[in-house]
Design a protein around this ligand. Structure first.
Ligand SMILES: C[S@@+](CC[C@H](N)C(=O)[O-])C[C@H]1O[C@@H](n2cnc3c(N)ncnc32)[C@H](O)[C@@H]1O
Length: 223
């Protein structure tokens, strides 16, 4: 029998403990930026690109999770200016490798410059083009230790299925915007349905949790 769990006690009481001041404090202490991270974080605004990168807490979470998993071969879908890429690349050993896919040539160019400035260009390959084709081209490099999905939301189900097929047992699936900007439960939205399939497939093939970041971060460990 599967029961619907109750909400935790703080949210039942409607309390909000993560105030802006609390969040600013923990971010300063646990996820401070050095020059390279700040440069990559600021790049979208500076370069006239959408500022839709993960937050510092999510970036640091990605880094720590990859370290805990001993990740050496990592795939990212959705590069933008390489802010999340940079956090993850810092978790890799010197001979580790990260493939990141970006469809916009301008974003890829900015990302490469940021990785170069951070001294991480040797272990990151930025591939320009649609991620579906890009993923097919690296299959022989697998199995992989982690896949981070952060691109077009209407195809998360396809990206999740690819990850399930190409991650090693124990490998990590990570998916940002897993609440789909609050639209996850919307019935008449094909992209929301794809995001729900992403969750459901992941819960079948992985040990999963959806971390309550501002827009949800799905985390799965391949069974
Ligand atoms: C949310 S941003 C990525 C942010 C980045 N992961 C970070 O946190 O710093 C999404 C990126 O995915 C790219 N993108 C969207 N659809 C794509 C596709 N089908 N293939 C490759 N890249 C895609 C967009 O151009 C955009 O740069």
């Amino acid at each position: 029998m599967v029961c619907e769990p109750m909400a935790d006690s703080s949210s039942r009481q409607g309390e909000r403990y993560a105030t802006d001041a609390v969040l600013a404090f923990v971010r300063r202490v646990h996820a401070p930026h050095d020059e390279a991270l700040q440069r990559a974080f600021d790049a979208p605004e500076r370069e006239g690109m959408p500022a839709i990168q993960v937050g510092p807490d999510e970036g640091k979470t990605l880094m720590l999770l990859l370290q805990l998993a001993g990740a050496r071969r990592v795939v990212e879908i959705g590069t933008l200016a390489a802010y999340s890429t940079l956090w993850m690349a810092r978790a890799l050993p010197e001979d580790g490798k990260l493939w990141t896919f970006e469809k916009e040539p301008k974003h890829a160019e900015v990302a490469r410059a940021n990785l170069e400035a951070a001294g991480l260009a040797d272990r990151v390959e930025v591939r320009v083009g649609d991620a579906i084709q890009g993923l097919a081209s690296i299959e022989a490099e697998g199995p992989f230790d982690a896949v981070f999905v952060d691109a077009d939301k209407g195809r998360y189900d396809r990206y999740g299925a690819w990850a399930a097929a190409h991650l090693r047992p124990g490998g990590l699936l990570l998916g940002d915007n897993a609440y789909f900007f609050g639209r996850l439960a919307d019935e008449d939205d094909e992209a929301a349905a794809a995001m729900r399939r992403f969750h459901q497939q992941a819960a079948r093939d992985f040990e999963t949790v959806c971390l309550p970041t501002p827009d949800g971060l799905l985390l799965g460990r391949r069974i």
